[in-house]
Every structure is written in C-alpha cells, then in structure tokens.
Design a protein around this ligand. Sequence first.
Ligand code: PRE
Length: 373
Amino acid sequence: MRDHSLEKLRRGIDALDQEILDRLNRRMRLVEQIGRIKAEKGLDTFDPGREEAVCRRLVEANPGPLPAESVRAIYREILAASRKLQQPLKVTFLGPEWTYSHLAALSVFGHTARYVPQAALVDVFDSLCKGLSHVAVVPIENSLEGGIGQTMDLLYERPVRVVGECYLEVAHCLCSRAADFGSIGKLYAHPHALGQCRKWISEHLRHAEIFECASTAKAAREAAADPASAALCNVKAAEHYGLSVLAERVEDHPGNTTRFIVLGLKENTPTGDDKTSILFAVADKPGALYQVLDVFTLHGLNMTRIESRPNRLHPWQYLFFADIGGHEKDKHVEDALKEAASRTTFFKVLGSYPRANPRNPIRFDLERSRFGG
Ligand SMILES: O=C(O)C(=O)C[C@]1(C(=O)O)C=C[C@@H](O)C=C1
C-alpha cells in the first residue's frame, strides 16, 4: 500500500534539494567571479581567515536541528568545491596516504582538494617553499608526547607561515593480516605511536620485536607484507592496506590528540578570534626569558604554549616556540610583539591564524570511517 504522507514529505525534500542546488550554483558563480579577481591581483585562492569567518557565522546563526558539527562538515566540502572551481588546491603532507596528517588535511580541506603525499617532513616543507603545493599540513604537538621536534626545526629553517591549526583525536588500532595476537612476532610502528601505546604493548604484545617506521601508514604497509606482524595505525590505513583491526583504541590515555598546523607562504587576515605563533632566542643572562614573557603579561596577552628546542646551528643555545592569543595585526598584539622582539637576540613571527578549540578535536568515527564533531 502506498504511504501518501511519506510521499508528500519526500516531494517536499525534492523541492528543497532543488532549491539548495540552485542556490549552491548561484554561490559558485560568485566564487568564480572572486576567483577571477584573485587571479588578476595575484592573490591566493585559499583564504583561511575568510573560510573560518564563513563557518563561524553560520554556526552562530544556525537555529538547528542541524548540529554545529554537521554545518562545519557540509561547509568543509562546499568550500573545497569553491576552491576547486577557482584553482584546485594542492595540499601536501607526510605520506603515504592515510597517515594522521592525511586525515588532518582532509578534515581541513575536504575531499575535492588535490593531496600530494611526501616521503619525509623536509619534503613537505620543500614542496611548499618551491611552489609545488599551495599549503602543507604538519603535526606540531601531541597531547601525550609533546612537541614534534623536526617540525619545530623546519619552522626555524624555512620561510613558511602558519596559516591555520586543527586538533585531531588520535585513535590507534592494532592491525594485522594475522587472525590473533598469538602469531604476531613483529610490531611496526611510528615512535610516537609506540610512546602513546607503551603500557598496552607491554601488557599484550610483550613478545613482539619492535620496528620503528617513519609514519603510521608506512607501518601498515610493512605489516601488510608480513602476516606474522602487526602495525599501530588508524582504521583508514588498515582498510587501505588490507589489514584487519585486532584491537581498537590501544593508546594508554583516552583523549590522545595531535595538533596540526596548516602552512602557507602568505599572511592571514584577522578573524577576531586568532592565535599568533612566534619563535625567539634570548641572551645568556639572568632574567632574559622573563623579560620577554613579562611583555605579554603587561599587554594582557594569554600565552597558550611555550616550548624550548635546542638551536641546531648554535650548540647549547635554545629557541623558544610560543603561542599567544590575538592576531599580529591587532594593535595591542603588534605593540607587544615589537616590544618583545626588542628584548630578544632572534625573533620571528611564524603566523597568525583562526584559533581552534583543543577541547573539541576532530574525531574520526571508527565505525563509519567519517569525521565527527
Ligand atoms: O571569499 C573568498 O576569498 C573566496 O574565494 C570564496 C571562498 C568561499 O567559497 O566562501 C572560497 C575560497 C576561499 O578560501 C574563501 C572563501
């Protein structure tokens, strides 16, 4: 028997879908016009500040029942389609495919960007600096393991700008071609994944010989070649390399999150809720670091991170990486940066970008292989 009320509702949906499509195409015609202006003026297609402003405005104006995370997910793909019409955006990251960097890049740039995996982190920076990619996505710190030293070194050495950030929940799985733990003699894993799963491994895989790999996806690739081995990787890498998931979420602490930064070559426009990353060195004298930090206190700027790293060009000297609230173009931030710089021996603004919320990381839904809130 035909259900007339169901058919009527579906006719309503069809009419609305047509309206959404017409409006999306009207939007895309405006996007094409902007694309032509940008091309004439030599401006970048990707404007992270504007994109964040578009999403934030919609999330704030959203009356529901559509959840905020769905508004963001839908607009992630609409904006990706917009950029693709203007000029396909090339996004580079540490590969192979389905590393956490790849997942982070997908969560920022959607599925229609062009993804360019690299074999090493230095190649990711070089691809951007040589103009072979428009943007790069690299890990900068993990909630359990701390700063990613190699990224910090390359931020010091290369003329790149930080133009965005995102937090991604890291959910490691033990994946293998083997049917159970008993037959696993080797474990392939990235050193950070090993650090994050230390306790679990000592309880469940004490007998396995450990082989470190340059990425979690490479670990999956190695495990695919040897049925008596396993890898610590995400569920997408397991799927891609034909591995079964033997155990889910094997990290020692829930809430394991990695912060990724988006790199570009140009400055960002302010959005009203930004963060600025800086890098500096101070003289070898009492109170030198305090003098710099004091400037931010006096200007009422919140410092959300400070981390030191050995300066590889000058042994036993240190570089400080810090993040403060605000945009370098905000007057009070600009004044503070100028004053702080005058108290250092080296000072570099790495970039200002829309602030992301570490307490609400992007989650990769293991069951549905989709991004959630
Ligand atoms: O406003 C722009 O600069 C656009 O190019 C349009 C648009 C959009 O679709 O809203 C597309 C790409 C940019 O990264 C930002 C926004």
